[in-house]
Ligand binder design. Structure first.
Ligand code: S3P
Length: 188
C-alpha cells in the first residue's frame, strides 16, 4: 500500500530528506508498521528481506539452507548500503539481525534521519511467532531461541536506537502515529 503524494504536497510537508529506519526483533511488526508509514510519508517503504528475496529469486529460508547465515548477512549488508546511499529517502524495514554487524550499525546511525526500535515483551514475541515457519533462526525450541537472541541483541539495538517504540497490545495505526510524531519533530 502506498499513497501517491504530489511534489507540492510532499514539499509542503517540510520534511527533512533522510531515511527512516525501522529495526527490531522478529515479530515486532516492522513490515506492517512500515507499510502504514508509507501512507503518511512521501517515501517508499522497502522491506530489505523482500528485496533480497526478489533480487536473488530465492526465499530467505532457502538462502540460509543453501548458503548459510554469513552469506545472507553479506547480502543483507549490501542491500542496506544500497538503499542508505540513495538520495531519495526511504522507509527502510530491516530484518531482525541487521544490527549484528558493526558496520551496519554505523551506517544506519550515520545515514538516516532516525532509527526506530520496535520492541515487544519476549513472551509476546513467543506468542506471535508460535506458528511461524519462515524464520530459519527459530527452528527447534522457538521460545528458548527467541529469549537467547533477544538477550544477545538487546544492547546492540539500544546502542543505535533514536527512539524505542513499544508494540505490545497496540494497533499498527497507533504505533505509526507515535513514530510520525517523533519524525515531524526532527529538525529539517
Ligand atoms: C532474522 C530476521 C528475519 C530475516 C532472517 C534473519 C534475524 O527478518 O532477516 O530470518 O536474524 O533476526 P524479520 O525480522 O523481518 O523476521
Amino acid at each position: 500500500m502506498k499513497r501517491n503524494f504530489t511534489k507540492k504536497e510532499a514539499d509542503s510537508m517540510n520534511l527533512h530528506k533522510k531515511h527512516l529506519i525501522l529495526m527490531g526483533m522478529m515479530g515486532t511488526g516492522k513490515s506492517t508498521v512500515g507499510h502504514h508509514l508509507a501512507q503518511h510519508l512521501p517515501y517508499p517503504a522497502i522491506d530489505l528481506d523482500h528485496w533480497i528475496e526478489e533480487k536473488q529469486n530465492q526465499s530467505i529460508p532457502s538462502i540460509f539452507e543453501e548458503f548459510g547465515e554469513s552469506y545472507f548477512r553479506e547480502l543483507e549488508s549490501q542491500a542496506l548500503k544500497h538503499f542508505l546511499k540513495q538520495s531519495q529517502p526511504y522507509i527502510l524495514i530491516t530484518g531482525g539481525g541487521i544490527i549484528i554487524r558493526p558496520e551496519n550499525r554505523k551506517w544506519m546511525k550515520k545515514e538516516s534521519g532516525a532509527v526506530f526500535h520496535l520492541i515487544a515483551d519476549v513472551e509476546t514475541l513467543i506468542q506471535r511467532l508460535e506458528l511461524d515457519v519462515s524464520r530459519p533462526l527459530l527452528q527447534g525450541d522457538k521460545a528458548e531461541k527467541i529469549r537467547r537472541i533477544w538477550s544477545e541483541r538487546k544492547s546492540l539495538y539500544e546502542s543505535i536506537a533514536d527512539y524505542q517504540v513499544q508494540t505490545d497490545d497496540r494497533s499498527p495505526e497507533s504505533i505509526t502515529t507515535e513514530i510520525l510524531s517523533h519524525w515531524y519533530q526532527l529538525p529539517v
